[in-house]
Structures are given as structure tokens and as C-alpha cells.
Design a protein around this ligand. Structure first.
Ligand SMILES: C[S@@+](CC[C@H](N)C(=O)[O-])C[C@H]1O[C@@H](n2cnc3c(N)ncnc32)[C@H](O)[C@@H]1O
Length: 323
């Protein structure tokens, strides 16, 4: 791995401060807390995830403030035009952030060393941070997926390919999906750099596209659903579970609880502040159990991801009933 220039660190500090300020403001608005300093979103990704089977969730904010039973269930019924507007706010944020090449890698992992333009060695290092997560996905698939041979896989919210570039060698074919074309283009560049030839890139533009996803044996999605509002998150999860072949397995990172979290679509859509920054949302466990049930899936395992920004999340493993 190459060295990291001082100016990059300074630039990273600037961006990290911007993100911290944004997230602190977000906490203040969404959870009614003071704007206490917080760790940047996703900063623990790839390095701090708890090992499979271990419980407990460390959190950068006060972990004792997160009560898994505070938000039992959300009514996520929304009119199609409301759902579309919610989706568009999140999509617009991610498309805008990726339109600046200097923000591309930092938007995925908000660690100052990934701010600015990354040279070849730094990109390779960035991609290597996904190896641990994919080892973990693989160990979950080894346990629950009965497919003979290599599975056809789908990475939802592929970003720049941090996970996909590690997963592709384990798959017969890997479908890489994102709603940001700039992220997808960068993922293609990275796949080519690594000589990976079994990836297909799919741009999605709305919730209806979730119903047209290819059928696969395994889905994984990490650090993605959390950025979508709860009604959209529910639809995304339905789409991902519908994409599973019988006996297929999905490993989905889902935020389950957050400090004083509440969500109201009308308030959210009325406020220009929402959708303007990276956001973290919640899908209560009862909602995800209901969605799994309706999709003909069992929740077979769930492992703590730990937490960031006062958020507690798990890697939930779903298996579609066979035949
Ligand atoms: C924090 S990055 C994580 C990328 C990758 N999963 C990883 O761990 O490196 C979030 C990615 O998910 C994408 N994303 C978020 N919500 C999405 C949605 N509803 N549909 C498609 N892509 C989405 C963003 O465009 C971005 O590329």
C-alpha cells in the first residue's frame, strides 16, 4: 500500500469534519438530541464488525441510549407517489455525492484516508477492506446455502465494488446493483483492474426495478438499507427476498434501533433538510419478521454489526423456503 500524503489527511479531516457536523445536525433534528460529536457513518465498516455468533452492539454514541424494544413496529403503508418521492430524495443525495470524484470513496467509507482522489495502491487498499466482510458472508452462506457449486450472487448497493470485488471469485456470476451510475462506473473500473470478468452491472431507477432483479442463489447488502427511509427500506427488502431462488439465502445489514427514532413521511418530505445529507434510518425487527414471512423466508440467523451514530444494526440472514 502506498503512503498517504499529508495534504490528503488534511483534506480528509476537512471532509470528516463536514460529515461529523452534518451527522450531528441530523441527530439533533431526527432524535431531538444536542449536537454531540459523533463518529462518521460507516467508519467501522470492514474493520469493526463483530464476529459471527457474538452478540452485543458497541455504539459510538451512548450505547445505553439504544433500546431495542423502544420502536416495536412502524406502519409503513404509503401511497405510491409518496414512496416514489421518498426514494428520489435518497437517490438524489447519492447521485450528487458521487458526481464529485473526490467524494466517491469517502462516500462509501467515511474514513479520512479515503478522501480525495485515490491512487492505484490506495484504491487496492480500499477494496481490500471488503475482504473481512465477504469472509463473513461466505461463512454464513457455507452454513445455510445448500446450492451445489458456486452460487449466482447479487450485491445490492455495490458502491465502488469494495465487497463485490472480493465476492466475485466466490460466485458463478455476480450481479452488482446500485442507483448511482457514477458508483457503478467506478465499480466497473475496479473490477477490470482486478481482472474480474463474471460481474454484471445493473442500474436501478425506482422501486419498480426491484421487482425486475435477476433470480439468484444468494444476496448480500451491507451499509445500504440504512440510508433509505423505512417505507423504502421495506420495499427494498421485499424486492431482495423476491429475487431469491427457492432455498436461496440473503445476508442483509439492517438497522434495528436508534435513539428516539421516529419517522413521518409528510414531515420528512416537507423538510428541505432531509435528503440533503447522508442519513441513517431504522426498520424495526417486527417489520422485518413480517416481510420475511410474507416473502416465504425464514430468518435463520442474525449477528450484531455493532453500531455507529447511535444506531444498532444486525446482519440478518434470510432463507427462502425450498420449493
Ligand atoms: C455506504 S455505500 C456502501 C457500498 C457497499 N455496499 C460497501 O459496503 O462498500 C452505499 C451504496 O448503496 C447505494 N444505495 C443506497 N440506497 C440504494 C438504493 N435504494 N438502491 C440502490 N443503491 C442504493 C449508494 O448509491 C451507495 O453506492
Amino acid at each position: 500500500m502506498g503512503g498517504v500524503a499529508g495534504s490528503r489527511w488534511n483534506e480528509g479531516d476537512r471532509m470528516a469534519q463536514k460529515t461529523r457536523a452534518g451527522l450531528a445536525g441530523l441527530l439533533d433534528r431526527m432524535f431531538g438530541r444536542g449536537a454531540a460529536p459523533v463518529e462518521p457513518a460507516d467508519a467501522t465498516a470492514g474493520s469493526g464488525a463483530a464476529e459471527a455468533g457474538q452478540g452485543g452492539g458497541a455504539c459510538a454514541a451512548d450505547p445505553h441510549d439504544i433500546h431495542l424494544d423502544t420502536l416495536q413496529y412502524l406502519d409503513l403503508t404509503e401511497a405510491p407517489e409518496v414512496l416514489a418521492a421518498l426514494y428520489e430524495k435518497t437517490a438524489t443525495y447519492w447521485r450528487n455525492v458521487a458526481s464529485d470524484p473526490e467524494e466517491m470513496y469517502f462516500s462509501v467509507i467515511t474514513d479520512p484516508q479515503f478522501a480525495g482522489l485515490l491512487d492505484h495502491d490506495m484504491r487496492a487498499f480500499f477494496l481490500s477492506t471488503g475482504a473481512h466482510d465477504i469472509d463473513r458472508v461466505q461463512s454464513i452462506l457455507d452454513r445455510w446455502l445448500m446450492t451445489e457449486g458456486k452460487p449466482v450472487m447479487l450485491d445490492f448497493g455495490v458502491g465502488v465494488g469494495r465487497l463485490a470485488c472480493n465476492a466475485a471469485p466466490l460466485a458463478e456470476r455476480l450481479h452488482a446493483v446500485d442507483f448511482s451510475r457514477a458508483h457503478l462506473d467506478e465499480a466497473k473500473v475496479n473490477a477490470e483492474m482486478l481482472g474480474l470478468t463474471n460481474m454484471e452491472f445493473i442500474a436501478v431507477d425506482g422501486l419498480d426495478d426491484m421487482e425486475a432483479l435477476p433470480k439468484v442463489d444468494a444476496v448480500y447488502s451491507l451499509l445500504v438499507l440504512q440510508h433509505n427511509t423505512p417505507p423504502v427500506m421495506a420495499r427494498l427488502l421485499r424486492g431482495l427476498l423476491a429475487a431469491l431462488n427457492p432455498g436461496g439465502v440473503a445476508v442483509i445489514h439492517i438497522p434495528l434501533a436508534s435513539i428516539n427514532y421516529q419517522f413521518d413521511a409528510a414531515t420528512y418530505l416537507d423538510s428541505p433538510e432531509f435528503g440533503a445529507q447522508m442519513e441513517m434510518h431504522v426498520l424495526p425487527r417486527n417489520n422485518l419478521n413480517e416481510i420475511a414471512d410474507q416473502a416465504g423466508c425464514d430468518v435463520v440467523a442474525s449477528y450484531s454489526h455493532g453500531g455507529t451514530v447511535g444506531l444498532y444494526s444486525e446482519w440478518v440472514t434470510f432463507r427462502k423456503l425450498a420449493g
